[in-house]
Design a protein around this ligand. Structure first.
Ligand SMILES: Nc1ncnc2c1ncn2[C@@H]1O[C@H](COP(=O)(O)OP(=O)(O)OP(=O)(O)O)[C@@H](O)[C@H]1O
Ligand SMILES: Nc1ncnc2c1ncn2[C@@H]1O[C@H](COP(=O)(O)OP(=O)(O)OP(=O)(O)O)[C@@H](O)[C@H]1O
Ligand SMILES: [Mg+2]
Ligand SMILES: [Mg+2]
Lengths: 253, 253
């Protein structure tokens, strides 16, 4: 049984891509066959693995348009057990044309349902609530919402809850969510807002919080996840703890 | 003569909104009648001024759909000389329907050209390259690209240059741009990438760089720009220096 996890937040720069890559790499260390899917036209997840989006022959666009299967578009990342379906430049155009297709929200769910090679599939979403993110939320059983403990980010949590309600009514009744605190610093704002988020959302917030760690800014430069670039770092340990929590959640669900 | 400045970058979380608000507030201190336009469905600029997007009667959506004029949708912010056209929840839907209209890219430019009450208009864009951002780039004489000195952000600069070339060919031949370094820390990654960006882009980069300052994370909570919340802070000084540089650029252009 494959678990599909979407990582989304309309707010930009909250560590969606960093979480998709780090979590994927930590899950693979635990023996989970994992597929990453880069749903973002920016193609940051693709780039962070040293893959040039302009040179990929196949991408998520082919999957959504039905030109190819999951097997046909996925490729190795160089990390055993971790595959990726890369993004490409044409995704911006594809998103505009998805809207005119009937039941466009289900295109990704249908394409991914045909493959059972992976135990976990992680979808990295763009910072917007367009057709690409809606496809990801329709396909997923779990939505992880990375959130900074800051004013704009905390506000976007409310918007994301509205979207989840909407998706549950229209295309995916069993969608569940978890909030992940990211880029946590030691300032007063961060401490106060973390308390507010944890008391407002209760156990819908992962116990693991990811703190600020400049090593996470360095790894995309070398095209490696944190678990390989700095395996003993605080960030690597925290993402491993998150992988552990996710696996427990999946077993209980 | 009104100068229209767009603040855009596909990369999320690079301080687009923070720059729109802080720069607007600093320009007003110098006596420039300034209008802020919140082009982002997230409505962060609207929120940062203490305005609830769900309670605004009129918004950018009305301007784009031609239901009202600039005068009809703009409102005071409580800061003398600084007005805003707020965002609203319906902008996500409006963006989808813009594409079907002929010459949809010019809607904002036409609407703003009818008003000459302001010396500077600042457009805060969402972290995507859809119809809203394209409208902003078509209307603007200058594009400011806030950039963090980090891998993903540096990559998005290249994408933005492609977009500028495209916009110049199709809808706005005289669009110019300037790169603004934001959220600058003291890490090795930040130092190295700042040098690379400055040597790659030369004098297209503002001399003023905006450093990390936690006071900028605190001001949206109280609904005030940095020049009022912490007028002596490093961030307030740096955004005042930026306002100065922008005014010199506008006079030379
Ligand atoms: N815990 C952390 N500590 C320090 N830096 C971090 C951390 N997490 C992410 N970053 C850095 O912050 C920046 C933003 O992260 P990232 O690009 O993953 O966010 P995102 O939500 O995917 O952005 P977008 O909205 O553009 O897709 C990146 O430069 C990344 O390296
Ligand atoms: N110089 C700075 N120092 C510290 N924090 C900053 C600085 N500039 C911005 N911030 C904070 O970083 C976060 C991101 O900034 P902001 O929301 O303005 O970026 P954005 O590019 O508008 O994001 P989006 O892509 O979601 O529209 C905010 O919480 C803001 O308060
Ligand atoms: Mg991302
Ligand atoms: Mg913003």
């Amino acid at each position: 049984m494959t678990t599909i996890v979407a990582i989304a937040n309309e707010k930009g720069g909250v560590a969606k891509t960093t979480t998709a890559l780090s979590l994927g790499a930590a899950l693979v260390e635990n023996g989970q066959e994992t597929l990453l899917v880069d749903m973002d036209p920016q193609a940051n997840l693709t780039l962070a693995l040293g893959i040039q989006p302009s040179q990929t022959r196949r991408s998520v666009a082919d999957l959504l348009l039905g030109n190819s299967s999951t097997l046909g578009v996925s490729r190795e990342t160089g990390i055993p057990g971790l595959d990726i379906i890369p993004a490409s430049g044409e995704m911006l155009l594809v998103e505009r044309f998805l809207y005119v297709r009937q039941h466009y929200e289900h295109l990704l769910r249908r394409a991914l349902s045909k493959s059972n090679m992976y135990s976990i599939i992680i979808l990295d979403c763009p910072p917007s609530l367009g057709a690409l993110t809606i496809n990801a939320l329709t396909a997923a059983q779990l939505l992880i919402i990375p959130t900074q403990c800051e004013f704009f980010s905390a506000h976007s949590l409310r918007e994301m809850l509205d979207l989840i309600r909407n998706i549950r009514q229209r295309t995916n009744p069993s969608l569940r969510y978890r909030v992940l605190i990211t880029m946590l610093g030691r300032t007063r704002v961060h401490r106060t807002l973390q308390e507010q988020i944890r008391s407002a959302f209760g156990n819908a917030v992962f116990e693991t919080a990811i703190e600020n760690d400049t090593k996470l800014r360095e790894c995309p430069v070398v095209g490696k996840p944190i678990t390989q670039y700095a395996p003993e770092s605080r960030a690597a340990m925290q993402y491993r703890a998150l992988a552990q929590e996710l696996e427990e959640y999946v077993h209980q669900a």
